[in-house]
Design a protein around this ligand. Structure first.
Ligand SMILES: Nc1ncnc2c1ncn2[C@@H]1O[C@H](COP(=O)(O)OP(=O)(O)OP(=O)(O)O)[C@@H](O)[C@H]1O
Ligand SMILES: [Mg+2]
Length: 260
């Protein structure tokens, strides 16, 4: 079952800097939800508050019925959460396949002793996980790179590898931070198809941070626009794109007045 994500009054402060102020919204199970806003609006910080990389100063984060603000990333994986990062951090000297397999650890059954002894059961599970990882790479157009060291791939392709790693966790809630940044146009189309297929086949709720408005318009059911750490508006992508407050936040008040 896809997860529901509920944020209520989430605030985040570093010293005197208010990074997020009273941000709240609900992402329904199975929705594709967009989080947009200008540079520095607080989008990545909000993802960090959901994924356990930051602890909100106040407010609550719920995944289904569980309150999870301040929980560790490993605990959140148990609630079905997986994410990708704006700046992917792969193990550069490991192969692409090994990097993807890191996402499967939380799903492997068996005891540490079984793994140390490499019992037939653990070897079978490992083999099945490798097959799944290769299948994900294939579906995302990266099968050719499976056995190359990650540092031989471009930044854009690292994002694809990270997506495969997140998908191997079989998430119920997936957070994608600028998945289209640095991708050529044709790859953006592949990404849109991938996310659509995820919703149709894998029963997962997806939250996407993206500056690529074509992708946001093509994929999302609903968006929240952040500006200076606050919610500017919530609605459809089309409503956001035509909202004067959003236009002003992106291009500045003077330019917005000139355009009017
Ligand atoms: N650990 C931190 N310590 C201090 N300030 C931080 C920290 N993390 C984020 N910030 C500040 O929070 C603000 C929001 O940053 P954030 O990276 O969340 O923005 P963003 O919306 O993701 O921007 P972009 O579109 O450029 O990725 C920035 O002013 C940033 O400097
Ligand atoms: Mg960011």
């Amino acid at each position: 079952m896809a997860a529901e994500l509920t944020l209520r009054d989430v605030s985040l402060q570093f010293g005197g800097i208010k990074v997020l102020q009273d941000v709240g919204f609900v992402v329904e199970p199975g929705q594709i939800f967009g989080l947009v806003g200008p540079n520095g609006a607080g989008k990545t910080s909000l993802f960090n508050c959901i994924s356990g990389h930051y602890k909100p100063t106040s407010g609550t984060v719920r995944i289904d019925d569980a309150e999870v603000q301040g929980a560790r990333p490993a605990t959140l994986a148990g609630h079905g959460l997986a994410r990708t990062f704006q700046h992917p951090a792969l193990q550069l000297h490991e192969t692409v396949l090994e990097n993807v397999l890191l996402g499967g650890h939380s799903r492997l059954p068996g005891s540490p002793l079984g793994w140390a002894l490499r019992t037939p059961g653990t070897r079978r599970a490992e083999k099945a996980m490798r097959t799944e990882a290769l299948d994900l790479l294939e579906r995302n157009g990266l099968a050719w790179a499976a056995h190359l060291p990650a540092d031989e791939l471009s930044h854009g392709l690292h994002k694809g590898v990270e997506l495969c790693r997140a998908l191997l966790m079989k998430p119920k809630l997936l957070l994608l931070d600028e998945p289209a940044a640095g991708l050529p146009h044709a790859e953006v189309e592949t990404l849109i198809a991938t996310v659509r297929r995820l919703r149709a086949e894998d029963d997962v709720t997806v939250v996407i941070v993206e500056h690529h408005m074509g992708l946001i318009a093509a994929l999302t059911d609903r968006v929240v626009v952040l500006d200076h750490g606050r919610t500017l508006m919530e609605g459809s992508a089309a409503e956001a794109q035509s909202d004067p407050r959003v236009i002003e936040a992106y291009i500045g008040k003077d330019a917005a007045d000139d355009a009017a």
